[in-house]
Design a protein. Sequence first.
Length: 177
Amino acid sequence: MILIVYAHPHPGRSEANRVLLDAVRDLPSVRLHSLYDRYPDFSIDVQAEQALLEPARLVVWQHPLYWYSVPALLKLWFETVLVRGWAYGSGGTALAGKDCLWVTTTGATDEAYSPQGKHAHPFRAFMPPIEQTARFCAMNWLQPFTVHGAHKIDYEALAAHGRRYREVLQKYLSDHG
Ligand SMILES: Cc1cc2nc3c(=O)[nH]c(=O)nc-3n(C[C@H](O)[C@H](O)[C@H](O)COP(=O)(O)O)c2cc1C
């Protein structure tokens, strides 16, 4: 019911995303799909990806923020999997009505995402391309889940984010069970 499309270029080196995933991977009806593990050569099996998406009610896009956006393989996944006639356009209704949750971690703190901060813009300024990708496919955009300052927070704080993530998915499952 919940498909986590996970895009970490170095899954084995992840700290923040790994803690988040460890907090939810045992939930019933949650399927974790790690794109960089599945497609180290970037050769995406489009039909297999579409078949995975079809039964999902909630699609999660989870990744570390890379250059204010998604890592390259998730961008390629958008380009190749979310195609006209399937995800949008005439007859393209495969994702319509599904929910979409964006889960991302950032190296920078929340304060760095401000007009006075290092990144000059509030974090929400970087959200529209992702949000509109989901909306263009007629998906329902849920409140994104973000963890800022992933380089600075300690394990306890990360674990608390993990518990928060688990609560979000558990609530989704109980509301839609
Ligand atoms: C190539 C690259 C680009 C990055 N771009 C950003 C960025 O634009 N904004 C930001 O806040 N952090 C950026 N980061 C930091 C990552 O988002 C951060 O390391 C990650 O969220 C930590 O999660 P992890 O422990 O699961 O790897 C970047 C890191 C790399 C390696």
